[in-house]
Write a protein that binds this ligand. Structure first.
Ligand code: FES
Ligand SMILES: [Fe+2]
Length: 355
């Protein structure tokens, strides 16, 4: 199991350093959690208007629904009675009712009604997961208690921004190989045509967060690089923060524009990783601003960000983690892998419902 600090909490502020010339040992593949305890994108909140939503993700069978009072609830979808699918049931007030024998579950997962029964057994309950509705999207945490709040870009407030519809693609590698990009200084030159002005500046700005920052010149002949140089600027200050290993917030400050986006990673059962990229634009207060910044501007940001990341994924094929093949030039990446290997998975499999 991944190591934890003596108080039971991950000591995510730890920044490991090695003496110059000493290569730190990268963790074995078995050290990484298959589904780290973190926030995950569940889908669009709009989908709840049609009724309970079924999702199979991270080895869990989930149902999301909106109560009649407007609250969103995410819980295990296999009924604690005989396992029927609650996503095929209906919302009644603040509860969801199972389609099989009519048991009703409250937002806290407890069964509040069993037809023709006056007492309710303690085991009649569903596992409930923390959920946040933001920018029209639903995010859930895959443990009963979230280890950290749903992140956003450091120094920015979600309410000040609007979000584009996510751009989605699948990377043929593990979640920690995708999120290690932020600490892979060589690939910024090879893949992204960036010329770094110096080494990566790495710190841990919050619990369960690891950040990499650098300044770089935008080289490259791809159309998005040429347009970036022409309209945004030829030098950029990048800040990449990885939260819980699966949410990556990225800002790129050019001379004439700031790019902000978030990548939500979801490990798939076949070892690949679904990537949902959400681009953000500042919320406008004027009609003209709403017309441009929140529509055309957001569309352009979404197009650029998606093209940039999808082109990268397609160009890499199927990279695989190998701790024995890492070299001195990979030192920051090795430190990241050590940090990521300490992120815990769920301490138990809660897919069968009882508390
Ligand atoms: S299976 Fe759900 S109430 Fe019986
Ligand atoms: Fe990259």
């Amino acid at each position: 199991m991944p190591a934890t600090a003596p108080d039971g909490e991950l000591d995510s502020r730890k920044i490991r350093r090695v003496d110059p010339g000493v290569l730190r040992q990268a963790p074995d593949e078995s050290a990484f959690a298959r589904y780290p305890q973190s926030w995950y994108l569940l889908g669009s909140a709009k989908q709840l208007a049609r009724g309970p939503l079924s999702r199979q993700v991270l080895g869990l069978d989930l149902v999301a629904f909106r109560t009649e009072s407007g609250r969103v609830v995410v819980m295990n979808s296999r009924c604690s009675h005989l396992g029927a699918d609650l996503s095929r049931g209906k919302v009644v007030g603040d509860c969801i009712e199972c389609p099989f024998h009519g048991w009703r579950y409250s937002p806290d997962g407890r069964c509040s009604r069993i037809p023709n029964m006056t007492s309710i057994p303690e085991r009649a309950r569903q596992t409930v997961y923390p959920v946040v509705e933001r920018h029209g999207l639903l995010f859930f945490f895959n443990a009963r208690i979230p280890l950290f709040p749903l992140p956003f870009l450091i120094d920015d407030t979600p309410a000040d921004f609007v979000a584009a519809k996510p751009v989605s693609f699948v990377a043929d590698c593990s979640w920690y190989m995708v999120s290690a990009h932020g600490y892979d200084s060589q690939h910024f030159a090879t893949v992204h045509s960036r010329k770094l002005h110096g080494p990566l500046q790495v710190d841990c700005p919050a619990p369960f967060a690891r950040r990499s920052r650098y300044r770089a010149d935008v080289l490259g002949a791809a159309y998005y690089d040429r347009l970036l140089r022409r309209f945004a600027g030829s030098t950029v200050d990048i800040s990449i923060t990885t939260w819980g290993g699966t949410i990556v917030t990225i800002s790129g400050a050019f001379k004439r524009a700031i790019s902000r986006f978030m990548i939500c990673l979801t490990p798939l059962s076949d070892g690949k990783t679904r990537c949902d990229v959400i681009a953000f634009a500042p919320r406008a207060n004027t009609v003209a601003g709403r017309l441009f910044a929140q529509t055309v501007g957001l569309w352009i940001r979404r197009l650029f960000t998606g093209a940039y990341l999808i082109a990268e994924t397609e160009s890499l094929g199927s990279p695989r983690y190998n701790p024995l093949s890492l070299v001195h030039a990979d030192s920051e990446m090795i430190d990241y892998f050590c940090w990521a290997a300490e992120l815990s998975g769920p301490s138990e499999n809660p897919s069968h419902g009882t508390a």
